[in-house]
Design a protein around this ligand. Structure first.
Ligand SMILES: C[S@@+](CC[C@H](N)C(=O)[O-])C[C@H]1O[C@@H](n2cnc3c(N)ncnc32)[C@H](O)[C@@H]1O
Length: 252
């Protein structure tokens, strides 16, 4: 891909180059989701959309004998993944592809498993599911984590913040309905534990001060750091209002 990201996106990417995990999750949750997919072939063909530095791609490659196609729009993140894959001797089984996951450059039926951790929101939950369905062979699996409302009456502060940041966020029931409408039979879901948020927000929190210091004159960078800090503080105060849910399904 040769299109330059917007200055706003470039700033976001430059921040996230500082941390390996670019969204909530953990090796344990990746393995738990994988273990719920009963009937995967012995050497599954897996695509990991919005792979970032490949925290999930690496777990999937280690835990299966399959091949992982790791798709990401930001080249420096793929460089991070390639370096780690080489260190672990996984280069043969992890292919990186710099592409827009909204328009995946793969033929129909290319994969046994579509994976996306904390990434489908960039395309939209419904749109992402619909666009990725054709990539699966009949009976293939999907595993995506998505921010979801967890309470019928979420905390007002959480509603105010997320309605501005991610107005499309839905609850679990509605997301399962969307899942079915997009051509997937739900086979399980679970809420990511709060440790997964600590694993994400901990390193992010540590990088905010150095990031601010390298962008002292940059109002956009300071605003980005303000918003990130607000998100972390909100999670500490009312983290049970919403969270990430792993949704697992089978193509029907
Ligand atoms: C919240 S991060 C999650 C990254 C990774 N899955 C993880 O858990 O660390 C979302 C990722 O999606 C990538 N992304 C955003 N829009 C994208 C697009 N249209 N196509 C491919 N990747 C995209 C971002 O660059 C980022 O790495």
């Amino acid at each position: 891909m040769s299109d330059e990201p917007s200055p706003e996106l470039a700033l976001t990417f430059s921040f996230y180059e500082r941390v390996l995990r670019k969204g909530p999750g953990s090796e344990g949750s990746t393995l738990k989701a994988l273990s719920m997919l009963d009937g995967l072939p012995p050497t599954p063909r897996i695509v990991d959309f919005g792979c970032g530095a490949g925290v999930a791609s690496l777990v999937l490659a280690r835990a299966t004998r399959g091949h992982v196609t790791a798709v990401e729009i930001c080249r420096p993140f793929l460089n991070q993944l390639e370096a780690q894959a080489a260190t672990e001797g996984l280069t043969e089984r992890i292919r990186t592809v710099e592409a827009d996951m909204a328009d995946p450059p793969f033929p129909d039926g290319s994969f046994d498993l579509v994976w996306a951790e904390g990434a489908i929101y960039n395309v939209g939950f419904e749109k992402g599911l619909k666009r990725w369905r054709r990539l699966l062979r009949a009976g293939g699996f999907i595993a995506v984590s998505e921010a979801s409302w967890l309470r019928e009456a979420p905390h007002g502060k959480a509603v105010d913040f997320w309605e501005a940041e991610y107005p499309a966020m839905s609850n679990i029931e509605d997301n399962l309905t969307t899942f079915r409408a997009a051509g997937f039979e739900p086979i399980g879901h679970f809420v990511l534990p709060s440790e997964d948020w600590k694993d994400f927000y901990g390193p992010v929190q540590e990088e905010l001060a150095p990031f601010r210091a390298t962008h002292l004159e940059n109002a956009e960078a300071q605003a980005f750091a303000d918003s990130m800090q607000q998100e972390i503080d909100l999670w500490k105060e009312c983290g049970d209002s919403c969270g990430y849910v792993f949704y697992l399904g089978r193509a029907i």
